[in-house]
Design a protein around this ligand. Structure first.
Ligand code: PMM
Length: 277
């Protein structure tokens, strides 16, 4: 059974959205063959695992049924698993999670942290998959209305700990859980930066943490209006390098090559003495 043991180096999860409407790469990989080829390219670029998703969670996105979701992703999962590629499935549907584990996935990445589908935690428990538990307050159709916090880091931490209790009581072993603050999910731009600046407060829960900052709107606020999506890959890669320094378990990124180059720099410089320490 897999355990989310602390990795020696930060893991890079490459994003493979097999959807017509994902916010940054939507539509390009809807065709199965193109999706499989893109997954292989992400591994060649240095991804340690590939996160396959069939339902967009971009702000305002409408839900699709799990039958359509599975039609999009299962052939892709089977092909990449046959190549020996480590996979996660990005889904809020328990039946899709179960079918994906049967098809070769070993991490269930549920952006709702088990809150959207009441059967999700028991599927994670029964299958023995790792469970990537994100902070979540509601579906993408109205999540921006829930971006209200007293202290975003304290509130996200408390809500993650509460959901961790729910998932553990459904039978998911603590050693198989990875936490994620869910950047962009019910969070305004400033909330996301605040979370990144105070990640130690989430790491103090004692579980591995994965971060998905790649190409998100708050990263775009660093750039001029109308800047192309690909311009967000530079700040994303810088964030990846800083997170590796901070001992984060993994990052979820679109441009794997940019992040692996940034991590190479980080590794080479991580032994440098630091003034004032
Ligand atoms: N973000 C998105 C989708 N899935 N999964 C995890 N664990 N963490 C995230 O931050 C996350 C996610 C939305 O981004 P996308 O549409 O580019 O995939």
């Amino acid at each position: 059974m897999p355990e989310a043991a602390p990795a020696e180096r930060m893991l890079v999860m490459g994003i493979l959205n097999v959807t017509p409407n994902s916010f940054s790469d939507g539509g390009r990989y809807l065709d199965h063959a193109a999706a499989i080829e893109h997954g292989r390219r992400l591994v060649a670029d240095g991804a340690d695992l590939i996160d396959v998703g069939g339902e967009s969670t971009r702000p305002g996105a409408e839900r699709i049924g799990s039958a359509e979701e599975q039609r999009r992703i299962l052939p892709v999962i089977r092909a990449l698993a046959a190549d020996g590629i480590r996979l996660s499935v990005d889904t809020m549907n328990a039946d899709t999670a179960r079918a994906s584990v049967e098809a070769g996935v070993d991490i269930i990445n549920d952006v709702s942290g088990g809150r959207a589908d009441p059967l999700m935690a028991s599927v994670a428990a029964e299958t023995g998959a790792l469970f990537l538990l994100s902070h979540w307050r509601g579906h993408s159709t109205d999540m921006d209305a829930h971006a209200n916090y007293d202290d975003v880091v304290r509130d996200v931490r408390a809500e993650l700990v509460a959901q961790l209790g729910v998932v553990e009581s459904a039978g998911v072993a603590r050693e198989r859980i990875i936490l994620d603050p869910g950047l962009g999910f019910a969070k305004a731009s400033g909330h996301n930066w605040e979370i990144l600046a105070r990640l130690d407060e989430l790491q103090s829960i004692g579980l591995p943490v994965l971060i998905g900052a790649s190409r998100k709107r708050f990263v775009g606020t660093l750039l001029e209006d109308g800047a192309p999506m690909a311009d967000r890959d530079l700040p994303t890669a810088v964030i990846s390098a800083l997170l590796a320094d901070a001992g984060i378990w993994g990052v979820r990124v679109h441009n794997v090559r940019a992040t692996t180059i940034a991590l190479d720099v980080q590794r080479r410089l991580s032994g440098l003495p630091r003034a004032g320490r």
